[in-house]
Design a protein around this ligand. Structure first.
Ligand SMILES: Nc1ncnc2c1ncn2[C@@H]1O[C@H](COP(=O)(O)OP(=O)(O)OP(=O)(O)O)[C@@H](O)[C@H]1O
Ligand SMILES: [Mg+2]
Length: 345
């Protein structure tokens, strides 16, 4: 089901939790809402579910205005941020619940409900555990039950609010891959909330970056990482360095030194230069470059992270070098950003 969020405002008292948010989600898409705590991710999800009403704006499911429909009418599958299964129900009963409570006219027969629940147990790889109670499952297994339960009602839209938030890194990674596979098999339109950028970039077809109740950028993981449209997105996704520079005659300058980067077409004036630690080239002799003194160096998996002090006014930058490249303390390194972006205040 296609979902269109149009000019949504949501205020709690006078606090604007969402400020003119619009978003088109295609049928079958896996969308990640990514942003810091308090940016409005859960609020947006709850509005789509019908658990909150917008102060202003409309939400469409397909061509229909869903804004005035109840949660039941919207037929949503929801896994909440701090979700608990029904403790007194077995895995099978937890998963069947959503179908069992349907009004008689829309309720499948009990044989069909059981068949559907057993198919889902198989899909989430919990076969053999259907008679267990939640207390007898691991955290990852519980989350899989919660997901199966959300899918049991054949939802128009599947909403997942940090479903793996409480789990350790390794289990999270496994479940993440597994969720992508399930999504590709079932094709449910899915909105997934996370504040873990790696999770969003790895899992989603498109990522929605949110900050302070607004959408900063919507794009594929590549677009978000490679062409961030704002300083916020650049800083929030991946590692970044920020330097105060000046554009003059198509060149970038730090104080009275050119840094050897051509900025043809950029208007003159002060700007902030953003670049990622790995988007640099080392230089032997420095006609125009950024140079600094090594203050720290550490090996992180396949690369060496080197911290450079580039002077009193600019402070420190971090660059990434191949691991075989040594960076002794207090030695001097010269480099030039190869991929960068300018923002002006
Ligand atoms: N029921 C409510 N009453 C008052 N304020 C609320 C309510 N729900 C949310 N807010 C406020 O709205 C803002 C957005 O909250 P929301 O829960 O959507 O953030 P979030 O992005 O999901 O954050 P987190 O990553 O911490 O879960 C926050 O400042 C929050 O305090
Ligand atoms: Mg939240």
């Amino acid at each position: 089901m296609e979902v269109r969020v149009q000019n949504i405002h949501k205020e709690f008292g006078r606090f604007p939790a969402l400020d003119d948010v619009s978003l088109d989600i295609r049928s079958g898409e896996l969308i990640a809402l990514l942003g810091p705590s308090g940016s409005g991710k859960t609020t947006l999800l709850r509005l789509v579910a019908g658990l909150e009403t917008p102060t202003d704006g409309t939400i469409y499911f397909g061509d229909e205005d869903a804004s005035r429909k109840t949660v039941q009418q919207r037929n949503i599958g929801f896994v909440f941020q701090h979700y608990a299964l029904f403790r007194h129900m077995t895995v099978l009963d937890n998963i069947s619940f959503g179908l069992k409570i349907r009004p008689a006219s829309r309720r499948p027969t009990s044989t069909d409900i059981k068949r559907r629940a057993m198919e889902l147990i198989d899909l989430v790889q919990l076969s053999g555990l259907e008679k267990r109670y939640p207390a007898q499952l691991s955290g990852g297994q519980r989350q899989r039950v919660a997901l199966a339960r959300a899918m049991a009602v054949e939802p128009n839209v599947l909403l997942l609010d940090e479903p793996f938030g409480a789990l350790d890194a390794q289990v999270r990674k496994e479940l993440r891959r597994w969720l992508r596979e399930i999504h590709d098999r079932t094709g449910h339109t899915t909105i997934f909330v996370t504040h873990d950028q790696e999770e969003a970039l790895e899992l989603a077809d498109r990522v929605v970056v949110m900050s302070k109740g607004k959408i900063e950028q919507v794009g594929t993981p590549d677009e978000i990482y490679d062409t961030p449209v704002s300083p916020f997105v650049f800083g929030f996704i991946g590692q970044s360095n920020i330097l105060s520079v000046r554009v003059e005659s198509g060149q970038l300058w730090i104080e009275d030194r050119s840094i050897g980067v051509s900025a043809a077409g950029e208007p003159d004036g002060p700007a902030q230069l953003y670049f990622r630690p790995h988007d640099i080239e080392l230089l032997e002799d420095c006609g125009g470059c950024i140079a600094g003194i090594v203050t720290a160096s550490r090996r992180v998996a396949g690369t060496r992270h080197v911290e450079l002090d580039i002077g009193a006014t600019q402070g420190k930058v971090e660059i990434e070098l191949p691991p075989e490249k040594t960076a002794t303390d207090r030695s001097r390194i010269a480099f030039r950003p190869t991929r960068w972006k300018l923002f002006r205040s």
